[in-house]
Design a protein around this ligand. Structure first.
Ligand code: PMP
Length: 433
């Protein structure tokens, strides 16, 4: 163990990582394009865009330049009572490309805060009008972040159990898996009919953390439509799906309905710096436009709209809106499709799904492959050993690569997965997994 790792273990508490019994973290010295380089100079392809954020790859010179030049001019300023060009430009440009009903940009720090802001905005929307509504609808399996509000509207399970007594009540509908869609629809209608629903929050088209589970967009459109007809605020959590991940710029672009509120983060800055954004329609902001001070949205963070972060988000948008980026996303989708055809008949593969630049499938095995199972912890090092970073979710293996990934790197990853599937029975027999 190198000195750095010892120092890390003495001083640092890593996310989603037990304090005992885990492999030591890998020391990364630099990153470029899709590659991470360890202290020893080993190359690891980042096939999950480092928790789905690095859409243009790592250490992109154009993003680095945007950060450096903004840092030299205006690195930070309080955002209450002050403003600056990078924030204004970013807000205007986002409103240009977001669904046409979105009309205001609220800055925060990450995906979870974008969700907190969204829910507070929705609750206070009713409060400001003297309307009492308490219910929120969410979908089973949802993940919206790790702060208390975001946890409340997410799947209750081992991750949340220490906090369950402190989470607010939410009406969950089952995840629409294609077989139960009519039941989900009926249940949704029943909850809406109580007339006590303030908001419906959802990950549009696909749930990320529950295993890249894709669901029917027509059903989602029906749900949003019904909710909006009944004065229920629809909150689209596009933290994972935004900025081209599902092919279109936003998942909302694949739907007929527009959300009332949207949550953005991850790809927003090309993964270079942390930022969250909550956007809303004119109707939402109108409930706050008042001379009554008590109708103000009293929410803000020290680093709201940090100029360096806004500048890199603007630079990331330049790259995202370049034709080359669209072509890359189409190319990745095409190659994922070809690979899925190759593995579709494999005995160890089930439920392959592709959405834009995402491919996921389930390992068809009797072994317990839940998040906490040993197998998962062995799959990860198996691929790291081959120079590929993936983080299976339970028995779900998925890729969510930077858009700049080359065909060669994709082929190498596909081939490694294919080899893994071929070797799997032997690995199990030899107790190597
Ligand atoms: N919403 C969704 C859909 C997410 O996937 C995530 C993170 N994976 C979050 C919210 C929370 O974002 P953050 O980790 O930046 O707080």
């Amino acid at each position: 163990m190198t000195d750095w790792i010892k120092r890390d273990e003495a001083a640092i508490w890593h996310p989603f990582t037990p304090l005992r019994g885990m492999e030591s973290p890998l020391m990364i010295e630099k990153a470029e394009g899709v590659n991470l380089y360890t202290e020893e100079g080993e190359k690891i392809i980042d096939a999950i865009s480092s928790w789905w954020v690095n859409i243009h790859g790592h250490s992109h010179p154009y993003l680095a330049e945007a950060i450096a030049s903004q840092a030299a001019q205006l690195e930070h300023v309080i955002f209450a009572g002050f403003t600056h060009e990078p924030a204004i430009r970013l807000a205007e440009r986002l409103l240009e490309i977001l669904p046409e009903n979105q009309s205001k940009i609220f800055y925060s720090d990450n995906g979870s805060t974008a969700v907190e802001v969204a829910m507070k905005m929705a609750f206070q929307f009713f409060h400001n009008q003297g309307i009492e509504k308490r219910k929120i609808i969410a979908i089973d399996g949802a993940y919206h972040g790790d702060t208390f509000g975001a946890m409340s509207v997410g799947e209750r399970g081992p991750f949340t159990s220490p906090f369950d007594p402190f989470l607010f009540e939410v009406d969950f509908v089952d995840f629409p898996n294609g077989e139960n869609d009519e039941e989900v629809w009926n249940h949704f209608q029943q909850i809406i009919a109580t007339n006590d629903v303030a908001a419906f929050i959802y990950e549009p088209l696909a749930q990320g953390a529950s295993g890249m589970r894709v669901y029917d967009k027509d059903l989602l459109d029906r749900m949003i439509s019904l909710a909006q007809t009944n004065d229920v605020i629809c909150i689209a959590d596009e933290v994972m799906t935004g900025f081209g991940r599902t092919g279109e710029l936003f998942a909302a672009d694949s739907l007929k309905t527009n959300p009332d509120i949207m949550c953005l983060s991850k790809g927003l800055t090309g993964g270079a710096l942390a930022m969250g954004i909550t956007t809303c329609s004119q109707r939402i902001q109108d409930a706050y436009r008042s001379s009554d001070l008590m109708k103000t949205f009293f929410h803000g963070h020290s680093f709201t709209a940090n100029p360096i972060t806004c500048a890199v988000a603007n630079a990331s948008l330049d790259l995202l809106l370049d034709e080359k980026c669209t072509e890359n996303r189409t190319r990745i989708n095409r190659r994922h499709t070809a690979f899925s055809q190759k593995i579709a008949q494999h005995a160890l593969v089930r439920n392959t799904r592709i959405l834009g630049t995402i491919i996921a499938f389930e390992l068809n095995t009797d072994r317990d492959t839940s998040y906490f199972n040993e197998a998962r912890h062995h799959l990860y090092p198996y691929f790291i050993d081959k120079g590929i970073l993936i983080r299976p979710l339970g028995n779900v293996i998925y890729l969510i690569p930077p858009y700049i990934i080359s065909d060669e790197d994709l082929d190498f990853i596909y081939q490694t997965i294919f080899n893994f599937l071929e070797e799997y029975p032997m690995l199990i027999e030899n107790n190597e997994l």
